[in-house]
Ligand binder design. Structure first.
Ligand SMILES: Nc1ncnc2c1ncn2[C@@H]1O[C@H](COP(=O)(O)OP(=O)(O)OP(=O)(O)O)[C@@H](O)[C@H]1O
Ligand SMILES: [Mg+2]
Length: 225
């Protein structure tokens, strides 16, 4: 039997701008099972990144609830959420956001160090992930010494270093050529299968989207069929 890992109840998100209110999400209900791979699509400005941030607790909804295994995340403090994210969630964005002054191994290790692991332990885990993602020989390269596809694989390794349950990705292949994009896309499904991850991915890429068993389209602040 499948169990629900993340669900939302009537999520709204509005931004207050000078004199006007911009309502981006207008009541999003979503239920995601453990091990699911779901894709979120919609035109530019539809609110996909906003929703991903809210689902990942990087931003709070204006109204509505987010539940992780039945636990109401909107009741947690910022510190509790930061710890929760560090342990349970991994994030990959369109741009890698690697720290330029750290090499690949150090970048990947960082969330593990933040999570309280020793340097040796964090680096062992980071090295194993870099190896898994085909970057064994790039561990001591700085981001400026890596290709775009390699940087994105380092960013994926970093997202996985604390063995998250949910991997969020916002246009993870949007910044890559089709060949490297395909490598990254394949990797997501391989990781879902091998690590039992739950995938929540935003993409504009129709071919990538077609590979997901579940597809949600965001329009005018709600999901449409
Ligand atoms: N911090 C903010 N303050 C005010 N408005 C915002 C803020 N962040 C996003 N918006 C607005 O909310 C809307 C949705 O933005 P969002 O980034 O979620 O779109 P998106 O679907 O991810 O688009 P894209 O495909 O271009 O990445 C946009 O109209 C944007 O201008
Ligand atoms: Mg976006």
């Amino acid at each position: 039997m499948s169990s629900i890992i993340l669900s939302t109840k009537c999520i709204t998100k509005a931004y207050q701008m000078e004199g006007s209110r911009l309502e981006v999400l207008k009541g999003v209900d979503l239920s995601i099972n453990q091990g699911d791979a779901i894709c979120i699509m919609g035109v530019s400005g539809a609110g996909k990144s906003t929703l991903l941030h809210v689902l990942g607790t990087l931003d709070m909804p204006s109204l509505g609830k987010i539940y992780y295994k039945g636990e109401d995340l909107t009741r947690k403090t910022d510190d509790q959420l930061a710890e929760f994210r560090n342990k349970k969630m991994g994030f990959v964005f369109q741009f890698h956001h690697l720290l330029p002054e750290l090499n690949a191994l150090e970048n990947v290790s960082l969330p593990a160090r933040v999570g309280g692991r020793s340097k040796v332990e964090a680096e062992q885990k980071a090295a194993a992930l870099l190896d898994l993602l085909g970057l064994k020989k790039r561990a001591h390269h700085y981001p400026s010494e890596l290709s775009g596809g390699e940087r994105q694989r380092v960013a994926i390794a970093r997202a996985l270093v604390n063995d998250p349950e949910i991997l969020f990705a916002d246009e993870p292949s949007g910044n890559l050529d089709s060949e490297n994009g395909r490598v990254i896309q394949d990797l997501f499904f391989q990781l879902q299968k091998d690590l039992g991850l739950t995938l929540i991915v935003v993409t504009h890429d129709q071919d990538f989207a077609a590979r997901f068993p579940k597809l949600f389209k965001l329009k005018n602040g709600v999901f449409i069929d």
